[in-house]
Each structure stands twice: as C-alpha cells, then as structure tokens.
Ligand binder design. Sequence first.
Ligand SMILES: [Zn+2]
Length: 291
Amino acid sequence: MTVRAALGHNPWLVRPLPGRGELIAGITLHSTRSGNASDDEYDDGPGTERWGMHPDNGSAAQGWGTFWDRLIWRDGTRLICTDVDREFASWTAGFGNVGPPTAWALGHYYVQIELSQSRPDQPFSDASIEELAKETGELSRRYDFPIVRIPFVTQQENPKPRGITTHEGSANGVKLGKSDPGDLFPWATFIEKAQAYKSEGDPMSEDKIRSTILDWSQSDDFGEAVIAAISTRGFKTTTERLNYAIVIRERVDAAIARLMQAGSSTELADVETTLAAINTVLDGLANRETP
Ligand SMILES: [Zn+2]
C-alpha cells in the first residue's frame, strides 16, 4: 500500500515543537467527517489532503487552521504530514475548556491520525484499518506506548496516559461536540492487528539497516559501497575511490529524496540519520584529498 508524504500544506498548519518526539505518549484517532459522502464507498481522503492546501483553511494572521500528523485514505493510502519528532499540526485537537498551564493540548502529546470517514454512519474500510494498525504498531515501537484504549482524557493528567486516545474521548472533543471516530470504529480488530504489527519487528537492527540500504540503493554495488563508507572511516583515498565517493554522494542525496517521498514513518528517521551519517563521511572524504 502507498505510504507517502502529503503533497503540501499551508505553512501555518505545521509549527515547530523541538523535542516533541520525547513527549509522545500515544496517538489520537479522528475521522475526517467532511459530510460529502455520496455513498458508502466515498473516499474522504483526497479531499482532506486538498483541504490541507486550501487558502480558506486558517490563515497566517490566525497562525493555525486544521491539520493532522497522519491521514489514511479509504483505499489505504497513508500520508505522512508532519515530522512527529520536531513538529505538530496546528490543530487537530488542542485544549479543552481549561487552557495552560492547568491543561495540556492533545495535539502536542499524541500523534494525530485522521481516518477517512465522511459521515458518522459510513463504515470504515478494511484497507484503512489495516494501514492504521501498521502505523500504530510502528509508532508504538518507536515511542514506546502500549496498544490500549484510553476511554477518556481530561487533558489535565500528569504524567500523560500512554496509549490510544480518541477525539470524542477527550476534553477538547467534548468542548467541540466531536464524535469521531465514533461507534462504527472496529476497536477489537484494530487492537488485535496493531499488536500483531507491533510485535512483528524490533527497532531497526544493523542487519535491517543493511538490507534497507541495499533495497533503496537499487544496486548491490552501490549499497555495498555505502555500507563500506559507514564502516571504513579511515580508508586510503585514491582518485578512483574519491570519484566513486562523489558519485555515491549524489546517489545518497537521491536516496534521501526518495525516502522523503516514501515517508516510511517509523524507520524514516533512523534511515535518515544513517544516510546523513554517510553523507558526512563522504563529505569529509571529498574534502580531505583532491585528485
Ligand atoms: Zn477529530
């Protein structure tokens, strides 16, 4: 199934929050609820993605509009819309009736996930629940929260409860009269699948980094060279090697661009870090000796 970055968003819809990755306590489930459904198969996903780029969605003067960290379409397309480690969406869900410093904002501490559902009575698609379970499994590994339903958050708890919250089950949702994701959300299926995806793999091992680089490099020669560049920091630089390193660098850059495009949520940051390290090594190599 397609996992990719969102096509874009109004600049005021995403704000920096350095260190957010350390704050993450779980996820919040939402449904899109545009009300546009003409039939049960109507997919709210594409229109919701466009809403993120629509000039009427908030304003720079206001400093916010409606946005989300992840958007999952009815057909299972999964969009990565913020960098959860350092940004938040302003807003999917903020405060309840009480503001700071007594209360905290839902959208700071929980990854905000929108599921395609146009009306409260539209059934969720199997494909969207499957992708939600994958995303949840990945996020719960990365941010170390349990896959358990939290019925309600007053948004005044400290520490923040770790697990799965919902918009309807939050002070913010009550304030705004929200009912998402609602009665049709298949809790038992979702929890079971998400737990299965969570236990499927551990955080990226060296073997996995290696196989990932080989996969993305599209050629074993390139992949092996990149891996060698990581492990062999002080190797003797020859012209041939240096030229090769420069070629590799361009391809590493291209690989990063492809990665950003693909936007695999959990592993993206790990691989980005790895590739950034490769780039640093190769930069050093390119600067040290000139042919
Ligand atoms: Zn919501």
